[in-house]
Design a protein around this ligand. Structure first.
Ligand SMILES: C[S@@+](CC[C@H](N)C(=O)[O-])C[C@H]1O[C@@H](n2cnc3c(N)ncnc32)[C@H](O)[C@@H]1O
Length: 256
């Protein structure tokens, strides 16, 4: 098991209350209270000058909207001090992946910069940022939700954050597959029965069924992931049968 070191996440934002609210609840809130990590929201406006502490201005070259000015952000970044990685959240960034969460879970300190309006003056990225990530191919109003998405994905991988460490190992995207379907009581609900193999008590057969369902689900919903999936020879044959339509698999409820 990895040694437990408290992680430090600084989030630069115009709306610190959004970050504070999420940092106080659920799995993340418990981890913060347990001292496994700290999430510090820094209000960029506190580093701005003038009676109105303005942080934005019109874009050079014209166009709609406002741009976050570099100086207040630079001061906020410098007030946080040295960290191991500085990440800008941007709709036009490279896609954030589970593999990033796994790599960043090994770092002790990170800074996240949340944009607003049309975004951040490009000189901030050039001067301070190590990475620019997007959480998906859509445009949100600000970087706060993306920063929380990234921090949440990282923190659930930290030792001790999830009650049972196994649960992160079997989740979607780990090992290039989506997760298998889950069932709980009752064994029969509104005419739908739980797959009998799950009631068999046979761990080997349950594990094989779950792998097959994960492969079938990934094939149906995210075939692009399969290229990096680690599959046994038998699992590759199963995948080939799915591809060629030779598989007898019909539904989530069927057995291997
Ligand atoms: C309205 S958006 C700016 C969009 C920008 N003008 C563009 O076209 O790419 C304001 C801020 O929200 C954040 N943001 C919006 N969508 C995002 C996404 N998909 N991933 C990460 N951050 C996002 C960024 O921090 C961005 O600076």
């Amino acid at each position: 098991m990895t040694e437990v070191r408290p992680r430090r996440y600084a989030v630069l934002t115009l709306f610190p209350s959004v970050i504070d609210a999420y940092a106080g609840v659920g799995v993340i809130g418990r981890a913060v209270r347990d001292g496994l990590a700290s999430i510090r929201a820094q209000d960029i406006r506190q580093f701005a000058d003038g009676p109105y502490r303005a942080v934005d201005d019109v874009p050079f070259g014209g166009g709609a909207g406002m741009v976050l000015q570099p100086e207040p952000i630079a001061r906020a970044i410098e007030a946080v001090g040295p960290v191991q990685r500085r990440v800008l959240l941007a709709a036009g960034g490279r896609p954030f992946r589970q593999a990033d969460a796994e790599a960043w879970a090994r770092l002790d300190s990170m800074l996240f910069l949340c944009g607003r309006y049309e975004g951040v003056d490009a000189r901030i990225e050039a001067t301070y940022m190590d990475d620019v990530v997007s959480i998906g191919d859509y445009v949100l109003s600000g970087g706060e939700l993306p920063a929380l998405v990234v921090i949440d994905a990282i923190m659930r991988l930290l030792p001790g954050v999830l009650g049972n460490e196994e649960s992160a190992v079997e989740e979607s995207y780990h090992g290039g597959l989506l997760e298998f379907p889950h069932y709980t009581r009752p064994a029969e609900w509104r005419g739908r029965a739980v797959p009998p193999v799950l009631l068999s008590g046979h761990h080997g057969r349950v594990a094989a069924w779950r792998r097959q369902r994960a492969i079938a689900r990934t094939f149906a919903l995210r075939p692009d992931l399969l290229a990096s999936a680690e599959l046994t020879v038998a699992e590759r044959e199963f995948l080939l049968a799915l591809k060629t339509g030779r598989s007898t698999e019909k539904s989530e409820e069927s057995e291997p």
